[in-house]
Write a protein that binds this ligand. Structure first.
Ligand code: TXA
Ligand code: MG
Length: 333
């Protein structure tokens, strides 16, 4: 299949929207990561997304709408908490898991009776949805298992020949995927952490926002039977760079010293070393996936990364970093 490259100008977005409306696949920018879109209400089109990504088909997709009122189209139950979160964080990097209406096909939700809905703030994304005249199902536009794409080039690298088109726009504003929050219980529960944190939601709702308990577990220390995250996607091998990756965790200055020592040692052995040390968590979110892909291109042999404090957005970045490294953690005392 030939993959068309579109610009992010309106005429091009309109053409891309026609591809979506006629059942094709288009990679497009959002403020979090690039998404691989298909008409969410067209089961056959959504089925092609799983194939293009090499993604397991029990992993439900997020359905993107261009304005909040479209939510009524996908669910009958819009609670007061949902209204409050929408008002505070939409359009933006938050996905709400809600009871679905029958109009949403099984293949879009991986057979679940709920659907994840998100209204992105990126204008290119919103126009694409609007011109398509249908909600757009979109997972991250990477091959399954690879780091999520934060630039158009990442999508082109992974999906050329596998999708109808890629919309080439700028790098993503945030760089990690949306916060996924389950709204079907008494208290909202975060299934995947992101830029919108538990504390930010609690400030709006004036009630406790829960964390899926598996977010606090190290899956490598549990046998698989005990590790059942509520977002099916959280159980898969994820974000893995080609190189071995080690996370150094401990007191900041000591961690930096240990990384420096390890780097010199590895270089003496003739290895090419990639180092990841961030001082700022938002910058880390913005840069992390792109960095992993850059190291793949440079063919580094080993990646040495400094852990961030697991607070606020740091918690969300570390959720990705642990997975990338396959929980290969070195405690520095
Ligand atoms: O920022 C984002 O959310 C990006 C952009 C493109 O919008 N999309 C994205 O999609 O990250 P994806 O498919 O890579 O990740 C979706 C996550 C998965 O972990 C999936 O299991 C979970 O959301 N999810 C989706 N629908 C769900 C549902 N109904 N119940 C529980 N988890 C759900
Ligand atoms: Mg993904």
């Amino acid at each position: 299949m030939e993959t068309k490259i579109f610009t992010d100008k309106l005429e091009d977005i309109k053409e891309a929207a026609e591809i979506i409306a006629s059942g094709g696949l288009v990679a497009f920018p959002t403020e979090t990561v690039y998404g691989l879109g298909a008409d969410a209400l067209n089961a056959e089109a959504v089925g092609k997304v799983y194939a293009a990504k090499g993604r397991p088909s029990d992993n439900p997709m997020i359905v993107h709408i261009w304005n909040g009122t479209q939510l009524n189209y996908l669910t009958d139950e819009v609670t007061e908490d949902m209204e409050l979160l929408m008002k505070a964080f939409w359009p933006g990097p938050m996905t709400m898991v809600v009871k679905r209406k029958p109009i949403v096909p099984d293949v879009t939700t991986g057979g679940l009776d709920t659907v994840g809905v998100r209204c992105p703030s990126n204008e290119v994304a919103r126009n694409l949805i609007r011109f398509s005249r249908t909600p757009i199902a979109a997972p991250s536009a990477n091959l399954s298992g690879k780091p999520s794409p934060t630039s158009a080039q990442h999508c082109i690298d992974d999906l050329t020949g596998r999708v109808e088109a890629v919309i080439k726009s700028g790098d993503c504003q945030f760089g990690i995927e949306s916060t996924v929050v389950d709204m079907t219980g008494e208290n909202p529960m975060i299934l995947r952490p992101g830029m919108i944190t538990k504390e930010m939601m609690e400030a709006v709702l004036h009630k406790e926002v829960l964390l899926d308990p598996t977010l606090l577990k190290r899956p490598d220390l549990f046998n698989n039977g005990d590790f059942k995250p509520k977002a099916p996607g959280m159980k898969y091998k994820h974000y893995a760079p080609e190189a071995e990756m080690v996370i150094f965790q401990g007191e900041r200055e000591k961690v930096k010293e240990a990384i420096e020592t390890e780097k010199l040692k590895a270089e003496k052995e003739g290895k090419k070393v990639g180092v990841i040390v961030y001082e700022d968590e938002s910058l880390a979110a913005h840069d992390f996936f792109a960095k992993l892909r850059a190291f793949d291109k440079e063919k580094v042999d080993i990646i040495l990364a400094a852990a961030l404090a697991e607070e606020g957005v740091g918690f969300s970045v570390m959720n990705r970093m642990f997975k990338s490294a396959g929980y290969n953690i070195k405690e520095i005392k």
